[in-house]
Design a protein around this ligand. Sequence first.
Ligand code: ZN
Length: 338
Amino acid sequence: MEQKECNLCGSTANYSCDYNIDSVFLQCPVCGRYELIGAHIQDINYNHLASYLAYHAFINKSHYGAEYRYNTFLNKEICDSYNKEFNEGNNTHGRPVHIDNDIIENWYPKTLSARIDMILLYINNHTKHIGQFVNFSMELIQSVFFIDRYDDNTDKNMRSEDDRYDEIEYIIQYMEKCEYILKSSGPSDADFYDIKLLPEGYRRVDELQKYSSYGKNALVAMAFRDETIPLREAIRKGISEAGYNAIFIDEVQHNEFITPELLKYIRDSKFVVVDLTHKNNGAYFEEGYAMGLGKPVIQLCQKGVDLHFDIAQKNTIIWETEENIPQRLLNRIKATIE
Ligand SMILES: [Zn+2]
């Protein structure tokens, strides 16, 4: 692989091209592994995508084994087929994770306070031991702090470095005033920031993880098989039309075990959608865990399936065909969430 500047954040990244499908593949220390496809480039909001990737980066960390996942604008069907091949032992295409503009925009924080919350959670997630400093390169901090690099969201008209650094300082001062964070007082000309959470920052993180959700994610628990693809897409559509981002765990991790990563996705979700049609043990577990955290849970089940014990008492969307799921799910989300 050659090296070049990352298209999004400017870090030095490994880079390769596939001229057959007009795509570039990058492995960036900030944005992780991602693919840009010529056909989609003109629709991309470069500012938002850079932040999205920093928060969802798949980075090769050798001690965890090879990382096969990468973010891509390839369409959903192609991603599904590559993932299927991967599960059958062919890793030629790795494990693509589909992203598109809706996913990015639904996720992107709309207010300053939502930004601050996400930054706090980012620092918390990247702190191994309480009270440690997290090191931010200049590229990383711009992505994590949602600093626009470009004036018009395309990759033209870069903002001046001074303007961007002023904005970083403004956010740091805001967070220091709230007593959320401490910035280490290193040399003033350092080209990095060391930041750690203060007790008030941890208190806010606890509050966010327990009682609400900072973001727009909704975890979906269901049985993942070929024959449930129409169901999966119907659920995705309903959630997406309600302005949320559906997280299907098999798209972000590739084993069936309950992992800390899965639990984290549930904690970070605003609500959880569970389809119980296939009486999948994982789905029951995930529902129980979400309920224990006080997360709203929306249940679905196909008509005619006998539901288990007390779950049957809960208000459930009983569906006959996948077609009417998106609208009913959308209505339910609007009525019960937010
Ligand atoms: Zn990058």
